[in-house]
Design a protein around this ligand. Structure first.
Ligand SMILES: *[C@@H]1O[C@H](CO)[C@@H](O)[C@H](O)[C@H]1NC(C)=O
Ligand SMILES: *[C@@H]1O[C@H](CO)[C@@H](O)[C@H](O)[C@H]1NC(C)=O
Length: 373
């Protein structure tokens, strides 16, 4: 079928050459000779043939250990469909297990599919801080004007979706269930979405069960997280910001989402002694329950992944709106904690912030007008 199509095309191109004196038929010919839909059951064959098909169906693919299911540099407008079970062989390596790049790309899951990261083989409670080297799950890098939707993911070894150098990317109805990692020496640093150096990102209807940030924005502009459900992790986070090549977070809306049974709810961390900025951030209609550390935590003192207790002013947090952030924290938790340097948090507008339970912090400092601790 496919070869018949290509043969017909080659004939057509020949006819064109014969008819026209100075033809340059390579571009149209290339577009036309892409088979409409290709179904692959082997990762290496799929990667090798990816530019020959306008729709790529990845059917029940068992990706060999230590290799990436490589869907990078796809032709513009390509559709990639995960079908059946996608699984991965075990090896200690950095990953990623899956990588997709291109423009106007559609990635989606067929009904009943599952992408199983087989995380239990790597989990040792140490995440990316030690123990086994664990592969990152999915690189959505350099994806432009694209959509990733309806993916059903289980058990990532460590971090899930890495969104970097992406523009105008929608991630809709992504489910990640890492709850099997809620055991001693289980999943750790299983962030669902890490966003860096990206612009125009919408993450809608995410349903996440994990053991680290549901969302972590390290840098980027115009980022929208809406209608999400986060459970078991560390909350909806910005940061830590500072100390990277891109240290600007500007224009974030996180809304209509719930965070349950998590360490934190709303979190913004900036790095001690670093420079950068966090500006124009809104958290709106966020419902918290079963929060074990902080309902709302904003601190300018992070160093090497831990708070120092001493805030610095080089990454100001400005134009921060919290509206309708409600719910409860557990008895040992702190509802709100704010640790800002002198004058480095300003223009905050808080309304309907009602976080109950736990014990009020006695250590807030640099709290700007508009907020309370
Ligand atoms: C703040 O960010 C939002 C979301 O990206 C954007 O729509 C809005 O225009 C920004 N406001 C300003 C004053 O830049
Ligand atoms: C908010 O989230 C709820 C529950 O997920 C959903 O039913 C509702 O449509 C959402 N509302 C808006 C305005 O997005």
């Amino acid at each position: 079928m496919v070869s018949a199509r290509i043969a017909a095309l080659v004939l057509g191109a020949g006819a064109l050459v014969a008819a026209a004196p100075a033809p340059t038929p390579t571009q149209p010919a290339k577009l036309q000779d892409r088979a409409a839909s290709c179904t692959f059951t082997d990762a290496a064959v799929a990667s090798k043939s990816k530019t020959a098909c306008s729709t790529i169906v990845l059917s029940n693919i068992a990706v060999p250990s230590g290799t990436t299911l490589d869907m990078t540099k796809l032709n513009d407008g390509t559709t990639v469909i995960f079908e059946g079970t996608t699984s991965f062989g075990y090896k200690e390596w950095e990953g990623p297990l899956i990588s997709v790049s291109g423009t106007k790309i559609t990635v989606k899951g067929a009904s009943g599919h599952v992408i199983d990261g087989n995380g239990a083989k790597w989990w040792d409670g140490e995440g990316s801080n030690g123990g086994k080297t664990k592969p990152k799950f999915f690189y959505a890098h350099s994806l432009k004007q694209s959509t990733i939707s309806n993916l059903n993911v289980k058990n990532t070894p460590v971090q899930g979706f890495s969104i970097n150098s992406a523009t105008d990317l929608v991630l809709d109805h992504i489910t990640i269930d890492n709850s099997a990692g809620d055991i001693t020496d289980g999943g750790h640093n299983t962030d669902a979405f890490d966003v860096g150096s990206s612009s125009g990102i919408t993450i809608s209807n995410a349903n996440i069960k994990n053991q680290d940030d549901c969302l972590a924005i390290n840098s980027g502009t115009n980022i929208h997280f809406v209608d999400g459900t986060c459970s078991g992790g560390h909350g909806l986070s910005i940061g830590s910001v500072g100390g990277r090549s891109d240290n600007t977070v500007d224009g974030v809306v996180i809304e209509n989402s719930t965070i349950t049974n998590s360490q934190n709810g709303v979190r913004i961390k900036t790095v001690y002694d670093a420079t950068g900025k966090v500006n124009n951030v809104t958290y709106k209609d966020i419902t918290l329950s079963g929060i074990t550390k902080y309902g709302v935590v904003i601190e300018q003192d992070y160093e090497n992944g831990s708070p120092t207790g001493t805030p610095t002013t080089g990454v100001p947090i400005t134009d921060l709106t919290l509206s309708g952030v409600k719910g409860s924290v557990s008895s040992s938790a702190t509802p709100i904690y704010i640790l800002c340097g002198t004058g480095s948090c300003s223009d905050w507008t808080w309304s309907n912030v009602a976080v109950t339970g736990g014990k009020a912090s006695t250590e807030c400092s640099g709290v700007p007008s508009g907020a309370s601790c």
